[in-house]
Design a protein around this ligand. Structure first.
Ligand SMILES: O=c1[nH]c(=O)c2nc[nH]c2[nH]1
Ligand SMILES: [Zn+2]
Length: 474
């Protein structure tokens, strides 16, 4: 159904800079039928918008749908999940005491292989899209499986359910079980081409969904496959690339033994042309300084996955250290290494992991002088993790300036957030505010902190992608 022009009224919060949120109250945002923001007005209500803004836009009153946030509610940019495995969604929370390499063999490969059953794939992919939308994820960088038809189905479902997505057919031709791997580099490339062709035909303008070249990670790709994927990436200069890097110690040792001629894990990807400005590197927990500098020099981006890194005991990524070196970072849930499909949960965990990083080498001390200041800098703020979840993520997935904020000309990928309001008798009034209780005296920055630390999908009242309403909490 064609979209109407839309007028959004109320409070809008978005990231102005890494450590700065902008609050627009009593504001109006106009979104046209293509889902693009065409006016941002402060001190504006419905009457003023109709009298002064609509004529400028050539809008008649009758063609406009009005959505007004209630008192205390606010519009926030949709979250961007820069790394998750749609095919692993049924396993969220199921990882026992495993760590990366045994987790892959025990839990992950069997589940991924089973999704070659089309009915199961449809069930799982429909659910993961609906679930992530309900948590405010308007854009997701998905890994599917090696299976082409079900990977294509994931892209089709993203299109029909209205989620913006990168969809990758997973490439892996070695060190994986016989029942779940590409039989050669050539078959892997042919299958990848088939999936790229399908997704490009489904959304030729890449207005919502795009294919992403997806070597699983260096250990599961032969040198020949990595080389051919680098060539494929060069052949398709508009397509993003995604893979994993430097997640855990055993994996890094494995890469060293498999690729002894390369100076580092990052160098393995760089040698074949897979380290580019359109590359999304998940984890980057244990990069050396030389690798971080190489990643920054190539303009590759990092998806920080703090829930996954904590769950699989992989380590604590030094996000400030990466940012200081000029590496662009976003957040990933990394379902199902990560135990939650919520980017808000990943943001919360990113704060906590950064606080552990700040303790490294000197547990418990506040730290004084220079080291004390360094420790404080290492700790990410609420504002910073919300930036990573929105604007940072947009840059990671190649959509900077298009989504992640409320600027003129950007697309309306947004969520309406409502927190619980406590009345004078100590009861929560109005719709379900979940775990967040607001008493009314909190400042807006304090409300944002309460949302980050205790919020969940109960606070995500409604979600839009490219202007289309794609989720509403009843
Ligand atoms: O977090 C991860 N999830 C995966 O599925 C995977 N495969 C390789 N390396 C990986 N890391
Ligand atoms: Zn992953």
């Amino acid at each position: 159904m064609a979209l109407k022009n839309q007028l959004f009224l109320g409070s809008f919060v978005h990231c102005k800079a890494l450590d700065e949120l902008e609050y627009l109250h009593n504001a109006a945002i106009c979104v046209d039928q293509s889902g693009t923001i065409v006016a941002v007005e402060t001190e504006c209500d419905a009457v003023k918008a109709k009298e002064t803004v609509f004529p400028r836009l050539g809008w008649g009153d009758a063609e406009v749908e009005v959505v007004a946030a209630k008192e205390g509610q606010f519009f926030f940019p949709g979250f961007i999940d820069t790394h998750l495995h749609a095919s692993q969604y049924p396993n969220v929370g199921i990882f026992g005491k495993s760590t990366l390499l045994d987790w892959l063999n025990t839990y992950t490969f069997p589940l991924e292989a089973s999704l070659s059953d089309p009915a199961k794939a449809r069930q799982v992919y429909t659910r993961v899209i609906r679930k992530t939308l309900s948590h405010g994820t308007t854009c997701a960088a998905y890994y599917a499986t090696i299976d082409v038809p079900s990977t294509n189905l994931l892209a089709d479902l993203c299109l029909s359910l209205g989620q913006r997505a990168l969809v990758g057919r997973v490439c892996m031709d070695q060190l994986s079980p016989d029942y779940y791997r590409d039989t050669s580099a050539e078959t892997s490339i042919a299958a990848t081409r088939a999936s790229i062709a399908h997704i490009q035909a489904a959304d030729p303008a890449m207005s919502l969904v795009r294919p992403v070249i997806t070597p699983r990670f260096a250990p599961s790709c032969s040198a020949a496959l990595l080389r051919q994927l680098g060539a494929l990436a060069a052949e398709h200069p508009t397509l993003p690339i995604q893979t994993h890097i430097s997640e855990n110690a055993a994996e890094i040792a494995l890469v060293r033994s498999l690729f002894p001629e390369d100076a580092s894990y990052a160098a393995v990807y760089d040698a074949v042309g897979l380290l580019t400005p359109r590359t999304i590197l998940a984890h980057a927990v244990h990069l050396t300084a030389a690798e971080a500098d190489l990643v920054a020099a190539r303009g590759a981006k990092v998806s920080h996955c703090p829930c996954s890194n904590s769950a699989l005991a992989s380590g604590a990524a030094r996000v400030r250290w990466l940012l200081d070196r000029g590496v662009v970072c976003g957040l990933g849930t990394d379902v199902s290494g990560g135990y939650s499909a919520s980017v808000l949960a990943a943001a919360r965990q990113a704060v906590l992991v950064s606080r552990h990083v700040s303790l490294a080498g000197d547990e418990g001390g506040e730290g004084e002088g220079e080291r004390g200041r360094e420790r404080e800098r290492e700790r990410l703020s609420v504002e910073e993790v919300l930036f990573l979840a929105t604007k940072g993520g947009a840059e990671v997935v190649g959509l900077a300036g298009r989504v992640g904020g409320f600027g003129l000309g950007m697309e309306w990928d947004a969520q309406l957030v409502g927190l619980g309001r406590v009345d004078a008798a100590g009861e929560v009034e109005g719709p379900d505010g979940g775990d967040v209780d607001v008493f009314g005296w909190e400042s807006w920055p304090e409300r944002m902190a309460k949302w980050v630390y205790n919020g969940d999908d109960r606070n995500t009242k409604r979600v839009w992608v490219k202007g289309r309403s794609v989720h509403e909490r009843r």
